[in-house]
Design a protein around this ligand. Structure first.
Ligand SMILES: [Zn+2]
Length: 463
């Protein structure tokens, strides 16, 4: 076991506050505005350096490496102490955060303020909280002096919020050794963000252990036409073609489908009626069940997106001047696919829906991620959660956004979303991601830190 004391929890809270106070906004060249008057350039390296300094001071070897100037990641390793060790465990996190609209915040988004037991600021849940807990677990493991049967690697990487080209993807491609042991064996597992939080439903508490992520199929849409004067309209107008096509794409709801993880998730929560309705393709029935039982619109959107491929037009660019019909235009569409969707075939299907006056092409395709839900480390997560909260029920879950798990999947490393937090039913966890007033109660960390330590300890410490 890795002992966690009240002082460790307090240190974790203060660590998170310190991390929030370092604006590590991505994109870092978005100017000082994105960090509410503070210059975010080099913020990722500053966070990575802050972590490395705390680890080094405690006697743990840590390094900061940059994929580009200012785009720093921190890597640290506690090596196995036994002969013939098992493959490593990675504690994965990202050091960057998304920009803020400071005027819309109740408290300074980079102040790390602790108000009535709640820590406010950008990164409080995405994901400097998990970074603070992972550091806390690594430090406590080191201090315990326990024998380790595998390396524990801390990887706090840059650029997750923009796809990882300067972070996880870069390091996976150029330095796979960072995620492997001395014999070159890739890690047995990685623990990462999002999952581990409680879902409150019908007076019960469920913990979502994230074993899967939807695939990404970012798609460009282009249209061309005949330029001309805005005073003389004609039919060959790319602005209108784009508008028509994205409307068709957004309004064509994709059919529902039950994937194994989502089915286990629904049935585990007692939502058999939902699972059955989805299996039958009964949209109206599903809507009626959700109307009656799931009033929270964000939970509902999240659930709906677990059941189908989604197509979300997000950017349109066409024309530069009020009185000029442009010759071309383009846009971007955020497409997310379920685990068994053939992405090429789906893109062809979307092209057919959009029609032949536009052209669709994939700009980034990342397959979905699925880690085994019956792995020993998942059993440890279940057990740790049950010990910490005997009334809670752990469940497997698929998230609809993507994380750095997709990068580690390229090395064959199964990555689990497991950032345990105990939150009350009034804390809208999923709604806080990238939102104004991002925050986390200190009590959530007081719950999460020992749970994370429990899992890591049992997975790593030699018996
Ligand atoms: Zn994140």
């Amino acid at each position: 076991m890795i002992p966690i004391s009240p002082a460790d929890v307090e240190a974790c809270v203060e660590r998170l506050r310190d991390l929030i106070r370092i604006p590590s906004v991505n994109p870092p060249d978005g100017g000082v505005d994105v960090a509410a008057g503070r210059d975010p350039r080099g913020g990722e390296t500053a966070v990575a350096t802050h972590c490395a300094e705390e680890l080094t001071a405690a006697g743990i070897a840590a390094e900061v490496i940059e994929a580009a100037p200012g785009r720093g990641s921190c890597f640290a390793r506690l090596p196995a102490t036994v002969a013939d060790p098992e493959p490593p465990l990675v504690l994965l996190s990202h050091v960057d955060v998304v920009p803020v609209d400071a005027e819309s915040w109740t408290h300074d988004p980079f102040g790390g303020e602790l108000v009535d037991g709640v820590i406010w600021g950008r990164g409080a849940i995405d994901m400097k909280d998990m970074l603070a807990m992972e550091l806390g677990v690594l430090l406590a493991l080191h201090r315990s002096g326990a024998e380790r049967r595998r390396d524990v690697i801390l990887a706090a990487v840059a650029d997750e919020e923009a796809g990882g080209e300067f972070g996880a993807l870069h390091w996976v491609r150029t330095r796979p050794d960072l995620f492997a042991d001395g014999a070159g064996r890739p890690a047995a597992a990685a623990l990462n963000e999002v999952g581990g939080y409680p879902i409150h439903l019908g007076g019960r508490r469920f913990y979502a252990i994230q074993v899967a992520e939807k695939g990404i199929l970012w798609t460009r849409i282009t249209a061309s036409g005949t330029p001309g004067h805005g005073s003389m309209p004609h039919a060959d107008n790319p602005t209108v073609k784009l508008a028509r096509a994205v409307t068709r794409l957004a309004e064509a709801r994709q059919p529902m489908r039950l994937t194994p993880v989502v089915e286990a998730f629904l049935r585990g929560m007692g939502m058999d009626a939902v699972a059955d309705a989805v299996a039958r393709g009964a949209e109206d029935e599903l809507a009626a069940i959700l109307d009656a039982g799931l009033p929270d619109p964000v939970m509902r959107r999240s659930l709906d997106a677990m059941l189908r491929d989604t197509v979300t037009p997000t950017i349109l660019r066409s024309g530069k001047k009020m009185n000029v019909i442009p010759g071309s235009g383009d846009g971007e569409i955020d497409v997310r696919t379920l685990p068994d969707t053939d992405q090429d075939a789906f893109l062809a299907q979307l092209q057919a829906i959009a029609g032949d006056e536009v052209t669709l092409s994939a700009v980034m395709a990342m397959p979905p991620v699925e880690a085994p839900a019956d792995a020993p480390i998942v059993d440890l997560m279940h057990a740790a959660l049950r010990r910490a909260d005997p009334e809670g029920t752990p469940l497997p879950m698929m998230i609809t956004p993507g994380t750095d798990a997709k990068a580690l999947a390229l090395l064959g490393i199964p990555t689990y979303g497991f950032a345990p937090l105990l939150l009350d039913p009034d804390t809208p966890f999923l709604s806080l991601f990238h939102a104004h007033d991002e925050r986390v109660p200190a009590s959530a960390l007081a719950f999460g830190l020992p749970v994370l330590a429990d899992v890591v300890g049992r997975f790593v410490i030699a018996r």
